[in-house]
Design a binder for this molecule. Sequence first.
Ligand code: 5GP
Length: 140
Amino acid sequence: MTDYDSDNIFAKILRGEIPSNRVYEDDETLAFMDIMPRADGHVLVIPKSPCRNVLDATPEQLAVVIATVQKMAKAVKAAFDADGVTIQQFNEAAGGQEVFHLHFHVLPRHEGISMRPPGQMGDFDLIAEHADRIRSAQVG
Ligand code: 5GP
């Protein structure tokens, strides 16, 4: 496994060098909208400290991230009146990972509706509207 590359796109988002739709943030984690949403309300959750994925993360990094994943799962379920929530996480290119900063995908799901294929750019205004809905839905 190669080392962490601090020029990856999520590191740039964390540093504010490229824009993102942030929906939740605390001292150790950040949640923001995926720009190629596979379902409306598709959120990504990342630690603020550097690691590539589950294979090099510390137990502490995993613990803080999963706590925010749970918060976001509840928030997207409420915001989209979803029937369920899919959580995905990929490790290294062979495992399906494309951005090498640890992240979890959180997707609200509705009965009988499949996820969209990967790699389709979402509508910027619609994603911003969905981000507002998720921010408003957060409790506690
Ligand atoms: P993975 O590494 O788990 O395969 O997926 C990376 C995810 O990051 C994809 O779902 C992709 O749509 C998303 N993504 C890639 N580039 C950007 C970006 O610049 N901004 C945001 N918000 N998401 C991105």
